[in-house]
Structure formats: C-alpha cells, structure tokens
Design a protein around this ligand. Structure first.
Ligand code: ASP
Length: 343
C-alpha cells in the first residue's frame, strides 16, 4: 500500500475548523500558482499516485493526453481492493453500478452511467465518444453497447470487502451523507471505502492531463456513493459537472457529493473561472465557495474537491473540508498534495 506520508508535499489547514467568510473574494489572499510545465497529469485522492503512473506510460513517451487519462484511470478500475470499479461498494439493493466520462482536446466527449458488470467503464465511455453519434449511454443500453463492442460481461458478485461493508450497512440501512474525508470511520451510505488494513480509499478517480503538445484531456470514473439509491447518478458521468475540458483554457474534475457538484455545474464552472483569469486554485476555491453559499450549515455534512490544470501549465485544487488530496506527476515530480479547504 502506498505510504501517504512520503508523498505529502504540504499541509494547508484553513480556518481551524470554522467557516471562512464565503463572501470574501479570493483576490484578498495571495496566490502563487504552481507551474509544472508539460506533460503533466493530476488526479484525485491517494489512488491518483498509481493512476498517474499508468498515465505516465503514455505521456512520458510523448503520447496523447486522451490515451493517458484512459490508461491512468484503468489502473484504478482494475484494482479489486479499491473503491472504483467492480470491487467497489454496491447500491442499497446490493448491485455495483458504475459511471464514467471522458473528454478530449477537440471537445469530443463520451459517458456511461448506471453500467453493470463491465470492468472498464472509462473505455466504454471512450467508445461512446468515438463510435456513436451520442455523448451518453446509460443502464442496460450502455451494457448492450459495451458487449457489442467486445467488452466481457463480468460475474455479478461483490468483492469480499464490499460484501462485508454491505452486510454492515444493512444492519441499519441509514441513508444519510457522511463527510468523505480521510480518517472518517463511518459506514453510512455515503461512507468512503476501506482497505483491509483500515486505510481509507475513495469511490471516484478524476484525472486531467496535458500532453507534450500542450493538449488537454480528462477522465472520471466511479462506483458512485456507496449504498446509494438504485438508479442514482452523481456528477462523475456528467460532462460539465464531474469533468470539463476546454483546450483553449484548461481542464477540471470533481469528487465528493455529486448532487452538489451538479448543482453548480462544477467542473465547467472551474474552467470558466479560469477563462476569466483566475488561477486553477482560485477557480477551484470559488466553485467550492459557491457550494458553501448554497449549502450553508449543511456544508459540514459533505465533502467536495476540485482539481484543475490551466493551459499555461499552472495547476491546483481546493476542497470544502480538509482531507482532500490530489496526485501530481511530471517527468521529475511525483507527489501527493493536501488541498487547502474552506472548512
Ligand atoms: N462524485 C461521486 C458521486 O457523487 C462520488 C465521489 O467522488 O466520491 O458519485
């Protein structure tokens, strides 16, 4: 298991457990945007370290960002012990349902949602983008398309960890959100996922990359919130919410409570704020502030994190609550960054 501490670059604790004034403008604070140059890949949470290595297999050889963001998150989808892909927690009826989307430098995009028994939803999303006139396929239609494209239909069975978590959840069947941050030890329906050794994992990976030519792409894949209502979709398969790429400006992706990311078209908002001149970190922060203004004191119950890359190579991230990390990789930098947060 990856040792988190080794990769932690810096810890930025904000506000010592209290809300910042959501009406204070970001320009009142000094931002020094980090610039890494290209190629560069960013992805959400600790699992991003391994995923970034997968993306680097492509980026490091001068490959296209689109291929990199697909290959990168496939690492996470394949990891049986993880939260993303078929090993993840099921919905409240006991079925694992997967959502994913992908977007390239030409604003081509593809998405699948409520997809069952397919190991690599991100690759199906790419096929939707490349082989159909549509952007989004869901449910049995998405599965039918995947099978027609040659994706094997996997067995419908829970991983041992997910089975255990589901049995625990069934004891109470509580349906209330739990803050999706590190060291949260809850098993509520929106609870994050745990590895055998008790380390926390997360149920989504969002990845954004800029290749050696300066082109941007992004991917996002998830099992959604654990023990969600059957049929529930979050932000992750929704272009503009869980992911957005504009090759002239930048790329952004989101994690956390999808309902609230959708409410502000989160990733699109971050890219548009960068278009207005904000740095990636400032843009992510503004988007999170917007959610805080909407949720008010209920914001304490949820987690939201955004990451972004700007066309000039700047990158950054921001979260609602502390505990959100993102992984960064270039030719000579590989690190996990603890994002700043409002709460
Ligand atoms: N955003 C995902 C969803 O709402 C969950 C997550 O990122 O943890 O489905």
């Amino acid at each position: 298991m990856f040792n988190r501490r080794k990769f932690v670059e810096a810890s930025f604790l904000s506000s010592l457990g209290t809300f910042i004034n959501p009406f204070k403008t970001s320009s009142e604070e000094e931002f020094i945007p980090p610039v890494l140059g290209k190629p560069v890949v960013l992805s959400t949470w600790d699992t991003g370290i391994a995923a970034n290595k997968g993306a680097w297999e492509v980026l490091g050889k001068g490959g296209r960002a689109l291929d990199a963001v697909e290959a990168g998150v496939m690492v996470t989808e394949s990891s049986q012990n993880c939260c993303v892909g078929l090993g993840a927690n099921p919905d409240r009826d006991g079925f694992v349902t997967l959502d994913a989307c992908i977007m390239d430098e030409f604003s081509n995009c593809g998405s699948v949602a409520f997809l069952e028994r397919i190991k690599h939803p991100i690759s199906v999303a790419r096929r939707v983008m490349e082989k159909t006139p549509h952007v989004m396929l869901v449910g049995s239609g998405a599965q039918q398309f995947a099978v027609a494209e040659g994706f094997p239909l996997e067995k419908q069975e829970l991983s041992p960890e997910a089975k255990q978590a589901y049995e625990n959840w069934l004891k109470k069947s509580e349906y209330k959100p739990v803050v999706n941050i590190e060291n949260t030890k809850s098993h509520g329906p929106f609870a994050p996922q745990y590895l055998e050794n008790g380390e926390l994992n997360h149920d989504t990976i969002g990845m954004i990359a800029m290749d050696a030519k300066g082109n941007l792409s992004g991917s996002c894949t998830t099992s959604g919130m654990g023990f969600k209502m059957r049929g529930r979709l979050g932000d992750s398969p929704i272009i503009g919410a869980g992911l957005f790429v504009d090759n002239e400006i930048g790329a952004a992706t989101a994690t956390g409570q999808g309902e609230d990311v959708i409410r502000i078209a989160g990733s699109h908002t971050v890219v548009e704020l960068m278009r207005q001149g904000l740095s990636p970190e400032q843009a992510c922060k503004k988007a999170v502030e917007r959610i805080l203004r909407i949720k008010k004191d209920k914001a304490k119950e949820i987690q939201i994190g955004f990451i972004a890359i700007k066309k000039n190579g700047e990158y950054g991230g921001y979260a609602l609550q502390k505990g959100f990390s993102f992984a960064v990789k270039t030719g000579n930098v590989e690190k996990l960054v603890q994002a700043k947060s409002l709460i």
